[in-house]
Design a protein around this ligand. Sequence first.
Ligand code: NAD
Length: 498
Amino acid sequence: MVNGKDFTSAVEGARKAFNSGKTKPIEFRKQQLTALAKLLDDNEDALCKALHKDMGRSDFEGYLCDIHVTRNEVILALNNIDEWVKPEKIKSDLMNAMANLSVRKEPYGVCLIIGAWNFPILLVLAPLVAAIAAGNSAVLKPSESSRHTADLLAELIPKYMSKECYPVVITGPEGSAQLLNEFRYDLILYTGGIAVGKLIMAAAARNLTPVVLELGGKNPCIVAKDADLKKSAERICFGRFMNAGQVCLSPDYVLCEEEIRDELVELMRTTVKKFFGDDPKSSKSFPRIINSRHFSRVRGLMSSGKTVIGGEVDESQKYIAPTILVDVPEDAPVMQEEIFGPVLPILTVKNIGEAIKFVNARERPLALYVYSQTKQLVDHVLHRTSSGGTVINDCLMHHNQFQPFGGIGHSGMGNYHGKYGFDTFTHKRACYEQKTPNMLLSIRYPPYNQKTLNRLKSMKENLPGELGTFGKVMRLIKLALIGIIIAYLIQNFIELKN
Ligand code: NAD
């Protein structure tokens, strides 16, 4: 673990390890991934305890969201890495027909992975899985806000894995800025808020370092009047109140058609009671807000509109009850920033067209959720909007090891998870092996004249559906062959009859 401000040994060590070629052999990658799975398996209890200390998270949520999901990434990578790393053979055209065209899958080099506090294991280790699978070394910077988990990761990672290849740095914003500005990386993956995301991108620009930004924003949740309201209420409450709403993919606000609002609120009231009992504060399934700064920020947003469910807070425990607000004006503070807490405003619209307009008047979100039983309505919403990812009749579930995860516009750039993660951490190196005899290559050499130009034009590719000279000749040959076969069959048939 590197604590404090001496980052040189961490970054230079990771550079040296990468330059030595150590991280590239597939066997090494598999061994490190297996070690990572073992780290998770051996330390389930300790990791869940650390998550509980950081934000009062239940073992179930800790295991599901941080350990299980990360482990799934490891298993998928181990099962597929042999396939993923294979160079891709490319089909070409007439001009390149005799050459071997391929894409080699090569690591970028030294990556910097900066994680956020809300899923402190997942947000560092899932990108690490992709970085390892692709053959990189990586400097890991867990969030200082989830300090117990960060410290535990810094203790465990070097015990199980190569400490030169994957050093862990524990530091706050000031040290993070130093780590970012004073060293050079080959790829940076950052998870966190938009404001710091901009700083990351500006710092990376100095060295033209590629960045993946996994940011947040306000995720709309559109509920149409034909939706199954009971299921919708349960699924929205699950998404909003998991980890006390401190989830980048949480539905941030609901837009529902006017006539269903009151029924939806009542179904949510029943759901909150079913999930967390009469007193959510005493429920072991409901966590706390990460720190006093976020507690005050979220509490400040609760004064918008009318509270119909929850509303209770306890500063001493950083507790905010699962809260639903209605009659919230569009310009209320709660509608200006990502809530990132257990507060859900429900706004009404006259129709789905109005909901689409509302969404499109704002920055493109990380996720958009739509609840309806009509396929055309869902298709219409998806066709007319844009977001990092989308889920129909549920939420959060597109966060898995099979689909790309990432934002668009202000919610981020780039994506990862599973094969998409491998691709993100992989440089696609075009490789062209010339096999064409020199005689045929000579057309490209000067001096140029009309004859060489005509030869070049004779190789012109056709538009789809258009037959070129070669295609026309082939068609004639095909027709002639069919004619010969038919004539042969007729002749045999006549002979047989006679
Ligand atoms: P945070 O405070 O933990 O910060 C994120 C990371 O940035 C930390 O490791 C921190 O040390 C580092 N950091 C802070 N200042 C820095 C600087 N000047 N230079 C370099 N690094 C710096 O987390 P946060 O920002 O409060 O995270 C919450 C946000 O993250 C929300 O907006 C949420 O939506 C978003 N988020 C996105 C995803 C995703 O996958 N898209 C996942 C989780 C959270």
